[in-house]
Design a protein around this ligand. Structure first.
Ligand SMILES: NC(=O)c1ccc[n+]([C@@H]2O[C@H](COP(=O)([O-])OP(=O)(O)OC[C@H]3O[C@@H](n4cnc5c(N)ncnc54)[C@H](O)[C@@H]3O)[C@@H](O)[C@H]2O)c1
Length: 251
């Protein structure tokens, strides 16, 4: 991999953490932006044991000023951002759209769409100046196909798809690529608690990947790494499902 500064949002849990650990073997400086301060020391230790430096900045990504401040700190300490995985996000348990309330609408749009935009704007400033950058966003299978009771989440994740594709065109001549991963159902803290609280929903999710099991966070990390590797520069504006075939068709 060409540069060595990687920013991961939501890197203290689930897919973000799995990706940090997967990429830790690449001898990078991995900077995690997240809010769960207590989890940071353990994740930093795990990443560093695998061979990369790891820094954590507390940053509520839904607040533009905090995002700008986070990237300002990164600029001061490291002067560049080579790779970015804009991954932090959240879903809500399925319900018909009219049952969604205003605060759910605001909080999902803030985290799943606006935060990705705030981060990209900051990352692209570094990358444009450097004439190099690789951005990967996290959408979802729900960003590619619809599911009953998923209108709000699906709308947000479709927005990430549009954002990824259009921005990829804007920066294609600047040696910057922008792609996205669309995970199937992955065993993370977003999903696992529902095993107790909504067992029927959980069973549906378990069955939702054609391979017959939940995905592992590292399996998303593996796909993210592909977009970052030397030789992937012709891969741009792609939304890659990582779901054992879930959105390929009616299995
Ligand atoms: N788990 C799945 O099955 C699945 C499937 C498809 C897409 N996704 C997407 O993958 C991404 C990661 O999900 P996950 O399952 O790893 O979830 P997770 O809950 O395990 O991890 C999300 C991380 O984001 C952080 N975060 C949340 N709000 C934040 C904020 N305001 N500011 C900074 N950090 C914040 C959390 O602290 C946490 O560390 C999300 O965008 C989600 O929509 C997940």
């Amino acid at each position: 991999m060409k540069g060595n500064i990687l920013v991961i949002t939501g890197g203290l849990s689930g897919i973000g953490k799995g990706t940090a650990l997967e990429l830790a073997k690449e001898n990078l400086t991995i900077i995690i932006l997240d809010v769960q301060d207590k989890k940071a020391p353990d994740v930093i230790k795990q990443v560093e044991l695998l061979g990369s430096e790891c820094k954590y900045f507390h940053c509520d990504l839904t607040k533009r000023q905090e995002v700008d401040r986070g990237f300002e700190q990164i600029g001061k300490q490291y002067g560049r951002v080579d790779y970015a995985f804009n991954n932090a996000g959240r879903g809500i348990l399925s319900k018909p759209f009219a049952k969604v309330n205003d605060s759910e609408i605001d909080s999902l749009i803030d985290l799943d769409i606006k935060a990705v935009m705030y981060c990209m704007i900051n990352e692209l400033k570094f990358m444009t100046e450097q004439h190099f950058g690789r951005i990967v966003n996290t959408t979802s299978g729900a960003g590619l196909v619809a599911g009953k009771g998923m209108a709000l989440y699906s709308a947000c994740k479709h927005a990430v798809v549009g954002l990824t594709k259009a921005a990829a065109l804007d920066y294609a001549k600047k040696e910057i690529t922008i792609n996205a991963v669309a995970p199937g159902t992955i065993a993370t803290e977003l999903i696992l608690p529902y095993k107790e609280t909504a067992p029927e929903e959980f069973k549906k999710w378990e069955d939702s990947n054609p391979i017959g099991r939940l995905g592992k966070p590292a399996e998303i990390g593996h796909a993210v790494k592909f977009f970052f590797e030397d030789g992937s520069e012709f891969v741009n504006g792609v939304i890659l499902p990582v779901d054992s075939g879930c959105v390929a068709g009616n299995f």
